[in-house]
Design a protein around this ligand. Sequence first.
Ligand code: COA
Ligand code: AMP
Length: 618
Amino acid sequence: MTDPDGFWREAAALIDWYTEPETIMDASALPFSQWFVGGELNTCHNALDRHVDAGRGDQVALIHDSPVTDSQQRFTYSELRDLVARFAGVLRSVGVGKGDRVIIYMPMVPEAAIAMLACARLGAVHSVVFGGFAARELAVRIDDATPSAIVSASCGIEGKRVVEYKPLLDKAIELAEHDPGRSIVLQRPQYEAPMTERDLDWAEAMASAEATECVPVAATDPLYVLYTSGTTGKPKGVQRDNGGHAVALRWSLPAIYDVGPGEVMFTASDVGWVVGHSYIVYAPLLTGATTVLYEGKPIGTPDAGAFWRVIQDHRVKALFTAPTAFRGIKKEDPDAVLLRDYDISSLQTLFLAGERLDPETWTWASETLGVPVVDHWWQTETGWPIAANLRGLEPMELKAGSPSVPVPGYQVDVLDVDGTELPRGEEGAIVIKLPMPPGCLQTLWQDDERFRESYMSRYEGYYLTGDGGYVDADGYVFVMGRTDDVINVAGHRLSTGSMEEVLAGHPDVAECAVIGVHDAMKGQVPRGFVVLKAGVTRGEDEIGPELVALVRSEVGAVASFKNVAVVPALPKTRSGKVLRKTMRQIADGQDAMVPSTIDDASVLDTLRPVLQKGPQGS
Ligand code: COA
Ligand code: AMP
């Protein structure tokens, strides 16, 4: 914190530059800051070509492990570089150039990583959309990112279910106002998608493609836009640069995860989330490590021993996943009997993030695996950990319920409503003092104003994380939960606002609210409450299932929206704000804080038993 320029200059030496940066950090226009100004690089060169040039060409770069298709595929650095260079040629042939956006809507196949790296190679900006989102969500992202091309696949495989992606893509293109140009579609044997004139077959295009060289870009040019859920239904396009991102991720892998060149990292997430961007694709490859891209689940593909098998087969050193995955494994195999069938001696650390790590899961995982279980806290916006236990730099004592201490570069403070710094141990809004370290968001895509308003305007000079919590006497951070309407379902960040928009669109619904309530497996699940329009005679039995189906088709299966209640009215303040927090506290069995500004307390009294009853069917 005292010498950011010196610290990050040294870290930047781990990256290959065409032109060395002139300025390490430019914080002259806060809240906007720029890293490595004047520097020129190519992220794909740093992730692939330079390792081949340095003699690492025959090392495995990426392992696709896919229990759902019963296959494993290994790509060396040379092979991956060649495939990426050819796919960059395909993208160029359909008109994609530097600065153009490309949407990638794909399941967990190696081609998803190849497409991301090919964009980086061309200096194009990728925007990966998670496969669990429905057509409407994809359409919203197409209209915001205005891509020149889309890369997709015929299908994904979710457990035993084949999810047809191509019809969703076609529907999204139909819904979107922007014409996204050509789509390149990977046909998978599980479902052959009908092709239209706009579609190019991946395999055919690759057969005739020309390999393309890396295009130098400015350190401050965008590498990608990744949409994440905000408070409203409109997703936020988090924009990340090339230079700061490469330096921060390359630095983080050995320092935080203790993974270096030639070692194996298995991040069980999805390339559609930031965890997948950073620790399936970019950080391991920028480091010259081997990454496992896993197409399966922690349970059911085929059983709760799936992760142990992957660790054994590929000699994994570090596993990174969300706590929900371990809650799933614990539920299926509480005594970890399946672990006895595997040799997981290569595993040195388990990293968990994406949601609060409950002490019970932490204890179970620690005792079961016999390795340090490291909670760490970060967000799509930061792109890499804000607080962690730095296993490769200076491992510290682990404390249940805490992701440990701020990572170098982040000054974490806790403020009260007035912006006064709170003493250690007192809970408030967790903020990061500006400027943030490299790798964090530059802005929101095409929306500097929303960037300011969402993150930078609440407390002058600070970035608002949206999480509440405290720092204890030893400097350990405790993250207690979101202070806004973002919820976290099985480690997936979702907006209750987008679900409310869908419910409000039903012809019988007058008013609605969606809250996130505690769930033993998924951490949180959404619950909906609707007030019907006057004169509607149909009841919850009929309308409820319609609303559940509507959210699934409009937002996506990933929302896990399965519970909705018809209620006579919603509790509100006198100014009309629905008391979602109070509702959530009652549903979770906590002491509910009822604001003095409540309009009609009897509405809450009527709702109380419905909230306390818990979700239907649970
Ligand atoms: N494409 C299409 N559909 C998808 C999808 C994808 N990429 N990912 C998830 N879905 C669907 C699932 O099939 C499921 O549908 P269903 O309602 O028909 O069963 C729904 O979205 C919810 O999926 P998920 O949140 O993965 O939960 P699950 O019930 O399938 O799995 C566990 C339960 C225990 C395995 C789950 O808690 C888990 O570990 N999930 C993965 C966690 C994760 O990786 N989070 C991100 C980490 S950063
Ligand atoms: P995402 O942007 O999808 O990575 O989600 C970020 C949000 O997930 C954070 O703002 C937190 O609310 C939550 N989160 C992530 N990691 C942790 C953690 N280790 N402990 C508590 N909450 C976490």
